[in-house]
Design a protein around this ligand. Structure first.
Ligand code: AMP
Length: 406
């Protein structure tokens, strides 16, 4: 199932001209602290961090962290290797991420993400709403391709840092008289980072949150135009979406477009993927201006939502080759021939009695069983038995592959 997902990902992403980048599993703690944001939950309580014992004196005491997400590492690589010289970069990466979470269904401390980013100098068009729409359309294509039908795309704009400053001000004012009636987390957020109040899942807080101002009321003309342009393209290419003006995302560096795809079958942890634009991230990490947009798919959850729908994506063996006593070598030759014709073949062992071979063939779900005995080898004709129907035919060796495929 994981291979099925990753093969589809590579195939679809290639059609959009993305290339794979592999970044290290751990990097300097400082990268994530700056790239993800000091006051985020991820950095403040979820990272696996340790001090390097150091080989060289200069490494000693360096703080290292298992990557909690992929974007910071990719942008670090973009800066370090001057990838901006190549113009627009379309990069993806598949691998494990680590967060200290309370494990539950769909939430793990080591989990897998499929991450993609479009990043480059503004002169290469990296700021264009066309890139936002392209990424969203690619995701819709991927989910359709995987056979995931009931996904929802939720879309918002979180504006520029300037827009957000005004919004934060208004939020603080609105929260001030009501925050005492809210949960402990919200009381803290109201002071440190009022935007995060929208992440609150506590039912009693929801009526209060409903009355708060929304970011959409504070978007500058530029941000509004960008947001509308994205929507216009999505409509033109036929990708359905829903505006969710409470969607603020967990990370600090997001600008303008923010989005999430959810899936009904997943329950409380229903977000399969999230992403957005992060125009200021490269500069925050000490690099050149490099607007970008990206997303991270939770691969564990994607696989989970597939399990219900995608029976039959796994290819069962086409044939089980069953050697009679002393026939291992002849059976190996036959199996090799069939596998070279791109058939999936399971090979038995000549110590198995016929009954055991049939049981083994049935257990692996093979379509056919092929008995290899002395008579068959001498005649160069084999009996091919369909395990589902019981039908049995004699087939010359050279016609076997075509017959099995048919
Ligand atoms: P984030 O990087 O927090 O935006 O998460 C992107 C996606 O990764 C989410 O939509 C989830 O599908 C997945 N994800 C995040 N944290 C976890 C976790 N602890 N376990 C499993 N999947 C996760």
């Amino acid at each position: 199932m994981w291979n099925f997902v990753e093969a589809a990902v590579r195939d679809v992403f290639r059609a959009y001209n993305f290339q794979e980048i592999r970044t290290p599993i751990f990097e300097a703690t400082e990268l994530f602290a700056r790239g993800v944001g000091e006051e985020t939950d991820i950095v403040s309580k979820e990272m696996y961090t340790w001090e390097d014992r150091g080989r060289a004196e200069s490494d000693k005491g360096q703080s290292l962290t298992l990557r909690p997400e992929a974007t910071a590492g990719i942008v670090r690589a973009y800066i370090e290797h001057k990838l901006g010289d190549r113009g627009l970069n379309k990069l993806y990466c598949i691998g494990p991420m680590f967060r200290r979470e309370r494990p539950q269904k769909g939430r793990y401390r080591q989990f897998y993400q499929i991450d993609a980013e479009i990043i480059g100098p503004a002169s290469a068009g990296s700021e264009s709403p066309a890139r936002d729409a392209e990424i969203l359309e690619m995701l819709a294509t991927l989910l359709d391709r995987l056979g995931i039908r009931d996904w929802n795309l939720e879309l918002n704009s979180v504006g520029t840092p300037n827009d957000r400053a005004a919004f934060n001000e208004a939020l603080r004012k609105a929260l001030d008289p009501v925050k005492d009636k809210m949960c402990g987390d919200c009381q803290r957020r109201a002071v440190t980072n009022p935007l995060r109040v929208f992440d609150c899942k506590v039912p009693e807080d929801q009526p209060i949150i409903e009355t708060l101002p929304r970011i959409t009321q504070f978007l500058s003309e530029d941000s509004r135009e960008h947001f509308e342009a994205v929507q216009e393209i999505l409509k033109a290419v036929g990708v359905p979406f829903r505006i969710n003006d409470r969607l603020v995302r967990g990370l600090d560096y997001y600008t303008r477009t923010a989005f999430e795809f959810t899936h009904g079958a997943l329950g409380a942890q229903n977000a399969i993927l999230g992403g957005g634009r992060y125009d200021g991230l490269s500069e925050a990490l000490g690099g050149p201006a490099a607007p970008g947009i990206g997303f991270a798919i939770g691969e564990d959850r994607l696989v989970m939502s597939l399990k219900e729908t995608a029976e039959g994506v796994l290819r069962k063996p086409d044939a089980y080759v069953a050697p009679m006593a002393g026939m291992n070598a002849a059976a190996a030759r036959l199996a090799r021939e069939l596998r070279r014709h791109d058939l999936v073949v399971e090979l038995g062992d000549d110590t198995f009695r016929l009954k055991k071979s049939f049981e083994a063939a049935t257990k692996v779900g093979a379509k056919y069983i092929l008995i290899v005995g002395e008579n068959e080898v001498t005649a160069d004709v084999f009996s091919l038995k369909n395990l589902a129907t019981g039908e049995q035919v004699s087939v010359p060796r050279r016609e076997l592959a075509a017959r099995i495929r048919a």
